[in-house]
Design a binder for this molecule. Structure first.
Ligand code: 13P
Length: 287
Protein backbone atom coordinates (compact mmCIF):
# COMPACT_ATOMS: atom_id res chain seq x y z
CA UNK A 1 0.00 0.00 0.00
CA UNK A 2 1.18 3.49 -0.78
CA UNK A 3 1.73 5.80 2.17
CA UNK A 4 2.15 9.53 2.61
CA UNK A 5 5.78 10.60 3.03
CA UNK A 6 5.01 12.45 6.27
CA UNK A 7 5.79 9.76 8.81
CA UNK A 8 8.95 8.47 7.09
CA UNK A 9 10.32 12.01 6.77
CA UNK A 10 9.47 13.05 10.32
CA UNK A 11 11.35 9.96 11.54
CA UNK A 12 14.25 10.68 9.18
CA UNK A 13 14.63 14.27 10.35
CA UNK A 14 14.52 13.20 14.01
CA UNK A 15 16.93 10.31 13.36
CA UNK A 16 19.36 12.40 11.26
CA UNK A 17 19.19 10.38 8.05
CA UNK A 18 17.49 11.00 4.71
CA UNK A 19 15.00 9.04 2.63
CA UNK A 20 15.88 8.81 -1.07
CA UNK A 21 13.48 9.89 -3.76
CA UNK A 22 14.32 7.94 -6.89
CA UNK A 23 12.58 8.94 -10.09
CA UNK A 24 10.88 6.28 -12.17
CA UNK A 25 10.43 6.15 -15.93
CA UNK A 26 9.14 2.67 -16.64
CA UNK A 27 8.41 -0.75 -15.18
CA UNK A 28 12.06 -1.85 -14.91
CA UNK A 29 13.09 1.31 -13.05
CA UNK A 30 10.22 0.91 -10.59
CA UNK A 31 10.86 -2.78 -9.98
CA UNK A 32 14.59 -2.22 -9.35
CA UNK A 33 13.94 0.54 -6.80
CA UNK A 34 11.18 -1.35 -4.95
CA UNK A 35 13.21 -4.57 -4.73
CA UNK A 36 16.26 -2.71 -3.43
CA UNK A 37 14.24 -0.83 -0.81
CA UNK A 38 12.72 -4.12 0.36
CA UNK A 39 16.08 -5.89 0.45
CA UNK A 40 17.64 -3.08 2.50
CA UNK A 41 14.53 -2.51 4.64
CA UNK A 42 14.56 1.15 3.71
CA UNK A 43 11.60 3.48 3.25
CA UNK A 44 11.52 4.92 -0.26
CA UNK A 45 9.89 7.63 -2.33
CA UNK A 46 9.21 7.04 -6.03
CA UNK A 47 9.35 10.33 -7.91
CA UNK A 48 7.43 10.91 -11.14
CA UNK A 49 8.08 13.99 -13.25
CA UNK A 50 5.27 15.29 -15.41
CA UNK A 51 7.25 14.19 -18.48
CA UNK A 52 7.72 10.67 -17.11
CA UNK A 53 4.02 10.54 -16.22
CA UNK A 54 3.11 11.42 -19.79
CA UNK A 55 5.60 8.86 -21.14
CA UNK A 56 4.01 6.12 -19.04
CA UNK A 57 0.63 7.10 -20.61
CA UNK A 58 -0.64 9.08 -17.63
CA UNK A 59 -0.75 9.27 -13.83
CA UNK A 60 -3.51 6.67 -13.50
CA UNK A 61 -1.33 4.09 -15.24
CA UNK A 62 1.62 4.95 -12.98
CA UNK A 63 -0.45 4.77 -9.82
CA UNK A 64 -2.06 1.45 -10.82
CA UNK A 65 1.30 -0.04 -11.84
CA UNK A 66 3.07 0.96 -8.64
CA UNK A 67 0.24 -0.18 -6.36
CA UNK A 68 -0.04 -3.52 -8.14
CA UNK A 69 3.73 -4.00 -8.10
CA UNK A 70 3.91 -3.40 -4.35
CA UNK A 71 1.31 -6.13 -3.90
CA UNK A 72 2.70 -8.62 -6.44
CA UNK A 73 6.30 -8.25 -5.21
CA UNK A 74 5.24 -8.44 -1.56
CA UNK A 75 6.85 -5.09 -0.69
CA UNK A 76 6.47 -4.35 3.03
CA UNK A 77 8.58 -1.19 3.45
CA UNK A 78 6.84 2.22 3.32
CA UNK A 79 6.57 3.50 -0.26
CA UNK A 80 5.35 6.97 -1.23
CA UNK A 81 4.40 7.76 -4.83
CA UNK A 82 5.28 11.39 -5.33
CA UNK A 83 4.78 13.89 -8.16
CA UNK A 84 8.12 15.61 -8.78
CA UNK A 85 8.08 19.32 -9.69
CA UNK A 86 4.34 19.33 -10.26
CA UNK A 87 2.41 22.15 -11.84
CA UNK A 88 -0.83 23.22 -10.17
CA UNK A 89 -2.84 21.19 -12.71
CA UNK A 90 -0.47 18.21 -12.51
CA UNK A 91 -0.75 18.16 -8.72
CA UNK A 92 -4.52 18.01 -8.91
CA UNK A 93 -4.41 15.23 -11.52
CA UNK A 94 -2.06 13.13 -9.37
CA UNK A 95 -4.27 13.55 -6.30
CA UNK A 96 -7.16 12.24 -8.43
CA UNK A 97 -5.05 9.37 -9.79
CA UNK A 98 -4.14 8.00 -6.34
CA UNK A 99 -0.63 9.34 -5.72
CA UNK A 100 0.22 9.50 -2.01
CA UNK A 101 2.38 12.61 -2.21
CA UNK A 102 2.80 15.63 -4.44
CA UNK A 103 5.25 18.42 -5.01
CA UNK A 104 3.81 21.72 -6.07
CA UNK A 105 6.62 23.67 -7.66
CA UNK A 106 5.32 27.21 -7.48
CA UNK A 107 8.82 28.70 -7.37
CA UNK A 108 8.33 30.47 -10.72
CA UNK A 109 5.21 32.30 -9.51
CA UNK A 110 5.47 35.56 -7.57
CA UNK A 111 5.60 34.61 -3.87
CA UNK A 112 1.96 35.74 -3.23
CA UNK A 113 0.61 33.47 -5.97
CA UNK A 114 2.86 30.61 -4.91
CA UNK A 115 1.42 30.96 -1.39
CA UNK A 116 -2.22 31.11 -2.53
CA UNK A 117 -1.91 28.01 -4.72
CA UNK A 118 0.14 26.12 -2.12
CA UNK A 119 -2.50 26.88 0.53
CA UNK A 120 -5.25 25.46 -1.62
CA UNK A 121 -3.27 22.26 -2.33
CA UNK A 122 -2.27 21.89 1.35
CA UNK A 123 -5.97 21.88 2.31
CA UNK A 124 -6.77 19.17 -0.26
CA UNK A 125 -3.79 17.03 0.79
CA UNK A 126 -4.62 17.40 4.47
CA UNK A 127 -8.14 16.20 3.88
CA UNK A 128 -6.95 13.17 1.91
CA UNK A 129 -3.96 12.33 4.12
CA UNK A 130 -1.35 13.02 1.44
CA UNK A 131 2.03 14.70 1.85
CA UNK A 132 2.94 17.86 -0.02
CA UNK A 133 6.30 19.40 -0.88
CA UNK A 134 6.80 23.04 -1.77
CA UNK A 135 9.82 24.74 -3.32
CA UNK A 136 11.36 28.10 -2.50
CA UNK A 137 14.29 29.47 -4.51
CA UNK A 138 14.98 27.72 -7.79
CA UNK A 139 17.00 24.55 -8.17
CA UNK A 140 19.52 25.01 -10.97
CA UNK A 141 19.87 22.93 -14.10
CA UNK A 142 17.31 21.45 -16.42
CA UNK A 143 14.15 19.65 -15.35
CA UNK A 144 11.70 18.65 -18.08
CA UNK A 145 13.01 21.40 -20.36
CA UNK A 146 12.89 24.15 -17.72
CA UNK A 147 16.30 25.59 -16.90
CA UNK A 148 16.80 27.19 -13.47
CA UNK A 149 19.81 29.23 -12.38
CA UNK A 150 19.97 27.85 -8.86
CA UNK A 151 19.38 30.84 -6.61
CA UNK A 152 19.62 30.34 -2.87
CA UNK A 153 16.29 30.49 -1.08
CA UNK A 154 15.43 33.35 1.26
CA UNK A 155 15.06 31.85 4.77
CA UNK A 156 12.14 34.20 5.58
CA UNK A 157 10.26 33.05 2.48
CA UNK A 158 10.98 29.45 3.52
CA UNK A 159 9.45 30.14 6.93
CA UNK A 160 6.40 31.70 5.30
CA UNK A 161 5.85 28.69 3.03
CA UNK A 162 6.59 26.16 5.82
CA UNK A 163 3.91 27.85 7.94
CA UNK A 164 1.30 27.08 5.26
CA UNK A 165 1.32 23.50 6.48
CA UNK A 166 3.38 21.76 3.83
CA UNK A 167 4.94 18.42 4.82
CA UNK A 168 8.42 19.09 3.44
CA UNK A 169 10.25 21.99 1.92
CA UNK A 170 12.68 22.05 -0.99
CA UNK A 171 14.94 25.06 -0.67
CA UNK A 172 17.52 26.05 -3.26
CA UNK A 173 20.98 26.10 -1.65
CA UNK A 174 23.12 26.13 -4.79
CA UNK A 175 22.06 22.61 -5.85
CA UNK A 176 21.60 21.79 -9.51
CA UNK A 177 19.75 19.03 -11.38
CA UNK A 178 22.01 16.82 -13.48
CA UNK A 179 25.80 16.88 -13.55
CA UNK A 180 27.56 19.62 -11.58
CA UNK A 181 29.81 21.93 -13.61
CA UNK A 182 33.58 22.01 -12.93
CA UNK A 183 33.35 25.45 -11.34
CA UNK A 184 30.39 24.63 -9.05
CA UNK A 185 30.72 26.50 -5.78
CA UNK A 186 29.17 23.74 -3.67
CA UNK A 187 26.14 23.83 -1.40
CA UNK A 188 25.55 26.94 0.69
CA UNK A 189 25.49 25.52 4.22
CA UNK A 190 25.03 29.00 5.71
CA UNK A 191 21.75 29.27 3.80
CA UNK A 192 20.72 25.76 4.89
CA UNK A 193 21.57 26.52 8.49
CA UNK A 194 19.52 29.73 8.42
CA UNK A 195 16.56 27.91 6.80
CA UNK A 196 16.62 25.13 9.38
CA UNK A 197 16.81 27.70 12.20
CA UNK A 198 13.63 29.35 10.89
CA UNK A 199 11.70 26.20 9.96
CA UNK A 200 12.47 23.97 12.98
CA UNK A 201 11.21 20.40 12.56
CA UNK A 202 10.23 20.77 8.91
CA UNK A 203 11.95 18.04 6.84
CA UNK A 204 14.07 19.80 4.19
CA UNK A 205 14.52 18.39 0.69
CA UNK A 206 17.70 18.38 -1.36
CA UNK A 207 17.10 18.16 -5.11
CA UNK A 208 19.88 17.36 -7.56
CA UNK A 209 21.27 14.47 -5.50
CA UNK A 210 23.46 13.24 -8.38
CA UNK A 211 27.14 13.94 -7.99
CA UNK A 212 27.11 15.84 -4.68
CA UNK A 213 30.25 14.80 -2.78
CA UNK A 214 29.60 12.46 0.15
CA UNK A 215 30.82 14.90 2.80
CA UNK A 216 28.38 17.55 1.55
CA UNK A 217 25.51 15.03 1.59
CA UNK A 218 26.34 14.12 5.20
CA UNK A 219 26.62 17.76 6.26
CA UNK A 220 23.30 18.59 4.57
CA UNK A 221 21.63 15.74 6.48
CA UNK A 222 23.13 17.01 9.75
CA UNK A 223 21.53 20.41 8.98
CA UNK A 224 17.99 19.10 8.51
CA UNK A 225 17.81 17.56 5.03
CA UNK A 226 15.56 14.48 5.34
CA UNK A 227 14.77 13.74 1.67
CA UNK A 228 17.25 13.63 -1.20
CA UNK A 229 16.19 13.36 -4.84
CA UNK A 230 18.19 11.28 -7.29
CA UNK A 231 17.46 10.87 -10.98
CA UNK A 232 20.40 11.51 -13.32
CA UNK A 233 22.67 9.03 -11.55
CA UNK A 234 20.22 6.19 -12.23
CA UNK A 235 19.94 7.29 -15.86
CA UNK A 236 23.71 7.32 -16.28
CA UNK A 237 24.05 3.88 -14.67
CA UNK A 238 21.28 2.53 -16.91
CA UNK A 239 22.88 4.05 -20.00
CA UNK A 240 26.32 2.64 -19.30
CA UNK A 241 25.09 -0.89 -18.57
CA UNK A 242 22.84 -0.90 -21.66
CA UNK A 243 25.62 0.45 -23.89
CA UNK A 244 27.95 -2.35 -22.79
CA UNK A 245 25.28 -4.96 -23.44
CA UNK A 246 24.55 -3.63 -26.93
CA UNK A 247 28.25 -3.40 -27.74
CA UNK A 248 28.66 -7.05 -26.76
CA UNK A 249 26.07 -7.65 -29.51
CA UNK A 250 24.91 -10.99 -28.10
CA UNK A 251 21.33 -10.77 -29.31
CA UNK A 252 22.05 -9.28 -32.68
CA UNK A 253 22.02 -12.70 -34.25
CA UNK A 254 18.82 -14.64 -34.59
CA UNK A 255 15.63 -13.07 -33.31
CA UNK A 256 17.00 -9.65 -32.39
CA UNK A 257 16.93 -8.09 -28.94
CA UNK A 258 14.72 -9.64 -26.32
CA UNK A 259 13.58 -6.58 -24.33
CA UNK A 260 13.72 -8.56 -21.08
CA UNK A 261 17.39 -9.32 -21.70
CA UNK A 262 18.21 -5.92 -23.16
CA UNK A 263 16.90 -4.04 -20.13
CA UNK A 264 18.21 -6.45 -17.47
CA UNK A 265 21.76 -5.04 -17.13
CA UNK A 266 20.38 -1.49 -16.80
CA UNK A 267 17.90 -2.65 -14.17
CA UNK A 268 20.74 -4.27 -12.18
CA UNK A 269 22.80 -1.08 -12.50
CA UNK A 270 19.91 0.94 -11.05
CA UNK A 271 19.69 -1.47 -8.11
CA UNK A 272 23.39 -0.91 -7.39
CA UNK A 273 23.01 2.88 -7.58
CA UNK A 274 19.96 2.91 -5.31
CA UNK A 275 21.74 0.67 -2.80
CA UNK A 276 24.77 2.96 -2.73
CA UNK A 277 22.57 6.02 -2.16
CA UNK A 278 20.45 4.41 0.56
CA UNK A 279 23.65 3.45 2.39
CA UNK A 280 25.02 6.99 2.05
CA UNK A 281 21.74 8.59 3.16
CA UNK A 282 21.54 6.28 6.19
CA UNK A 283 18.03 4.94 5.48
CA UNK A 284 19.01 1.23 5.46
CA UNK A 285 17.13 -0.72 8.14
CA UNK A 286 14.89 2.25 8.98
CA UNK A 287 11.65 0.81 7.53
P1 13P B 1 19.35 14.71 -10.32
O1 13P B 1 18.83 14.37 -11.66
O2 13P B 1 20.43 15.70 -10.36
O3 13P B 1 19.73 13.50 -9.54
O4 13P B 1 18.17 15.43 -9.53
C1 13P B 1 16.96 14.77 -9.33
C2 13P B 1 15.92 15.67 -8.75
O5 13P B 1 16.20 16.57 -8.00
C3 13P B 1 14.53 15.42 -9.12
O6 13P B 1 13.68 16.37 -8.58
Amino acid sequence: MLVSAKEMLTKAKAGKYAVGQFNINNLEWTKSILLTAEELKSPVILGVSEGAGKYMTGYKTVSAMVSAMIEELGITVPVALHLDHGSYEGAKACIEAGFSSIMFDGSHYPIEENIAKTKELVAICEEKGLSIEAEVGSIGGEEDGVVGKGECADPDECKMVADLGVTMLAAGIGNIHGKYPENWEGLSFDTLDAIQAKTGDMPLVLHGGTGIPEDMIKKAISLGVAKINVNTECQLAFQEATRKYIEAGKDLEGKGFDPRKLLAPGAEAIKATVKEKMELFGSVGKA
